[in-house]
Design a protein. Structure first.
Length: 110
């Protein structure tokens, strides 16, 4: 019984079907080049150990590891994202990299 509940919490089905860059506040100001680079890093396997939690419905929490693009021999970064499904936006995000902290501050302004 507990395993079934955990499977529901971690299901990819919990992520909104239309989840995209449009969930970012001010997404229109993000350059297409940056979006393309992020997708490229994902498809090349830099993002791994992805975990999804839906413990506080309707909030969806994602946690993952991200290899450093030029230093795969070093410890990967920790990435966390919280999605507010009904409002259709990323309500919180954090990464242990320098840019990720800046993004965390940016998200906090919404």
């Amino acid at each position: 019984m507990a395993a079934a509940a955990e499977a529901d919490i971690r299901s990819l089905g919990n992520i909104p079907a239309d989840f995209s860059v449009e969930y970012l506040p001010n997404f229109k100001s993000i350059a297409e080049r940056i979006t393309r680079k992020a997708l490229n890093l994902y498809t090349q396997g830099y993002i791994h150990k992805i975990e999804i939690f839906n413990e506080k419905f309707p909030m969806i929490n994602l946690r993952a590891k991200c290899w450093r693009s030029m230093r795969k021999s070093e410890k990967p970064h920790d990435v966390r994202i919280e999605i507010d499904g009904p409002r259709r936006l990323i309500s919180d995000a954090y990464c242990t990299c320098k840019v990720g902290y800046g993004f965390y501050l940016y998200i906090g302004q919404i």
